[in-house]
Design a protein around this ligand. Structure first.
Ligand SMILES: [Zn+2]
Length: 237
């Protein structure tokens, strides 16, 4: 299973090592649904004491704001239009300027395009590590089809791998879990392919810069954790 994935860890992170142990880390998470990106993002946020910033959450928060920037972005969202890169970048940089993200951040769902990635690197908050957690499409489809989500707090569970303590009940908030209709294999497969196609230029971009670390997400969660920690030079555990 691992043979199909390219490994790019060796000899990487040369810039990043110079920042020293005590400084924050600017991390971008890349990876298709089902590869375990969200799990690692949350875990790293706790371990590094940095915010795990999902782009979807930033845009949801904008709904309650009344700044000129928020108004502009909401206009696009309400019309169901794609928010242009320059606006998206401003929104994300604004979020990264908040106190909790000053030492470092874990971005999830941004950047989505190469111009966005370049803008972030040119903003003074350049990315130390782009962590790409990937797995073969068949593995992802299998996992997603065994997935349950909490409709209330959006926690994700997976039969046999990340099952809740009490059957079909959310560990976090106690709500009954649901299986999502769009997690069916015939819907998931094209969605994954689209994701992989769109992400390719970003993966190539970070690889050119030498900041890409690819982790084989088909492995057990414990092994993935260990490899992520090693790649980020974090102490184990
Ligand atoms: Zn819940």
């Amino acid at each position: 299973m691992t043979a199909g994935l390219r490994r790019r860890e060796r000899g990487r992170l040369s810039n990043y090592g110079n920042r020293g142990e005590t400084m924050g880390k600017n991390i971008v998470l890349l990876g298709p649904p089902g590869a375990g990106k969200g799990t690692q993002g949350q875990r790293l946020a706790e371990k590094l004491d940095e915010p795990h910033i999902a782009s979807g959450d930033i845009f949801r928060q904008l709904r309650g704001q009344d700044t000129p920037l928020a108004q502009k972005v909401k206009g696009y969202m309400e019309r169901g239009e794609y928010v242009p890169d320059d606006l998206t970048i401003r929104v994300v940089l604004e979020r990264l300027s908040q106190p909790d993200a000053r030492q470092g951040f874990i971005l999830d769902g941004f950047p989505r395009t190469e111009p966005q990635a370049q803008a972030l690197d040119n903003s003074g908050r350049s990315v130390d590590v782009a962590l790409y957690i990937n797995a073969p499409v068949d593995v992802l489809v299998e996992r997603i089809s065994r997935r349950y989500t909490c409709p209330k707090c959006h926690a994700i569970y997976e039969a046999s791998r990340r099952s809740p303590k009490k059957e079909m009940t959310c560990d976090v908030c106690g709500a009954p879990l649901e299986r999502r209709a769009d997690d069916a294999p015939e819907v998931v497969r094209p969605r994954l392919q689209t994701y992989l196609d769109k992400t390719r230029p970003l993966v190539d971009y970070y690889e050119r810069l030498g900041t890409l670390v690819e982790i084989d997400g088909a492995q057990t969660i414990e092994v993935v954790e260990r490899e992520v920690d090693r790649a980020l030079r974090l102490p184990a555990g």
